[in-house]
Design a protein around this ligand. Structure first.
Ligand code: PMP
Length: 458
């Protein structure tokens, strides 16, 4: 067995080009995870880890080894594996109906295969609406500093992370950035009558006015900025964003790729903030990573704008995707949604998220390098600073060091990375929504130990 694993490790080093991994790190060898159940995964050496990163990138909402999902996929694939997504399909239809029950005000589901692709579809919709209904003039899409929307060139053109974009230009024209809303690192002089949230949202309106409202078709935002550092919207922010979009007839696209399907203690992140988006994109948690499936969900109004009319045979949405909505993906998504409902995981996420945050507040009181802890549901971040007053970020090595110490102690957590943000000083955690009291307490005790070791330099 060991020989087989050793050979696999060797082959991995020789043949596989890993994401975000410089050559030298790949040379050193990465752990190879071989099995998992619930929140626990095991590597090829038999070492166990509690995975508080949901598969590394906020994916496995219902945990590992869910036989119900594998069985649903198996049943569908042995019955039919047909790929013309323009035809009706049983799992795609069933999942769309169940999903839309969770999303009042939205009524159409367009399937694709990844978060980037779901966002691309949204961009194409905006551009086609502009071409059909505004003479091509209202085609710009605004995006926010620090938000991430994907890896394809258009999705990257809509991504507000300088390091992530570096060396991949030229970018797609028509995407314009506006400032972030990270209150902890507030960038504004505030007056008494204006909260940070309102001020930060007005920064978007300023960009709209500068570009010309008639030229802006949509804005895209994450409900809670994920990879850019678990940034929660400040009080009053969303109301102001929604008001501005309505005022200038600009579509509001919510990128729920990370927050969607329960992660924040609601079916969708935007539902915490009492707003009504025009388009919602989602991926990752849709099938908890058991299948590659994503959705672009729209209102009936958006759908209607992209229907063919007499004399305009190009007027319908002429997008296509080989795998979108076929067939194992929606079968997995349906089984995933049923698990979340049956096991009450949205409520559990809220309860355990509060337990996790309360524990992190205690660690913050103990370790001065913890400047801020924040989160919603089982999606939390820890911002590390040199001191709580000037809030300057710690050196990269400290963030990396704490994550590495957690790993050595059997806990997987996430962190910002220099390729995402200017400062690599934010840790994040997103255990599966099945987490128990004992899981949360274990996460907290390992974190405590990791901070102790890192701050005493042992
Ligand atoms: N949007 C957000 C908010 C994301 O975090 C990601 C992936 N990390 C994407 C879009 C892109 O999703 P994918 O990697 O599935 O293309």
């Amino acid at each position: 067995m060991h020989e087989v694993i050793d050979q696999l490790h060797q082959d991995d080093k020789t043949h596989v080009w890993h994401h975000l991994t410089p050559g030298a790190a790949a040379e050193a060898g990465l752990p190879m995870f071989v099995e998992g159940e619930g929140l626990v995964i095991r590597d090829s050496q038999g070492k166990e880890y509690l995975d508080a990163s949901a598969g590394g990138v906020w994916v496995t909402n219902v945990g590992y080894g869910r036989k119900e999902i594998a069985d649903a996929m198996h049943a569908q694939l042995t019955k039919l594996n047909f790929f013309a997504s323009s035809m009706a399909g049983v799992p795609a239809t069933k999942f769309a109906k169940r999903l839309l029950e969770k999303m009042p005000g939205l009524s159409r589901v367009y399937y694709s295969n990844s978060g980037s692709e779901a966002n691309e579809k949204a961009f194409k919709m905006v551009r086609q609406i502009s071409a059909k209904h505004h003479g091509g003039k209202k085609s710009k899409i605004l995006y926010r500093e620090r938000d991430y929307h994907g890896t394809t060139i258009a999705a990257l053109s809509a991504t507000g992370q300088t390091q992530r974009r570096a060396q991949y230009g030229p970018f797609v024209p028509g995407f314009v950035e506006f400032p972030h809303c990270h209150e902890y690192q507030s960038q504004y002089e505030l007056s008494e009558d204006k909260s940070y949230g309102v001020r930060a949202a007005q920064a978007m309106e300023e960009v709209i006015l500068k570009e010309g409202p008639d030229t802006v078709g949509a804005v895209i935002l994450e409900p809670i900025t994920a990879g850019g550092g678990v940034i929660l919207p400040p009080e009053g922010y969303w109301q102001e964003i929604q008001r501005t979009c309505k005022k200038y007839e600009i579509l509001l696209i919510m990128d729920e790729v990370v927050c969607g399907i329960g992660r924040t203690g609601n079916w969708f992140g935007y539902q915490h903030f009492d707003i009504q988006p025009d388009i919602v994109t989602m991926a990752k948690g849709v099938a908890s990573g058991y299948a590659a499936i994503s959705c672009t969900v729209t209102t009936e109004a958006v759908f209607d704008l992209l229907q063919e009319e007499a004399g305009d045979e190009l007027g319908y949405f002429r997008d296509i995707s080989t795998y979108g909505g076929c067939q194992a993906g929606p079968a997995a998504a349906l089984a995933n949604l049923e698990i979340i409902e049956r096991e009450g995981l949205i409520d559990n996420c809220r309860i355990q998220g509060e337990r996790l945050l309360a524990g992190l507040e205690k660690l913050k009181a103990k370790y001065p390098i913890i400047g801020d802890v924040r989160g919603k549901g089982l999606f939390v971040g820890i911002e590390l600073v040199t001191d709580p007053v000037n809030k300057a970020p710690v050196a990269d090595a400290i963030t990396v060091g704490i994550a590495a110490r957690c790993k050595a102690l059997g806990l997987l957590i996430g962190r910002t990375n220099r390729s995402f943000t200017a400062a690599n000083n934010i840790l994040n955690m997103s255990p599966a929504l099945i987490a128990t009291d004992a899981d949360i307490d274990k996460i907290l005790s390992i974190l405590d130990k990791a901070f102790e070791l890192e701050t005493t330099n042992e």
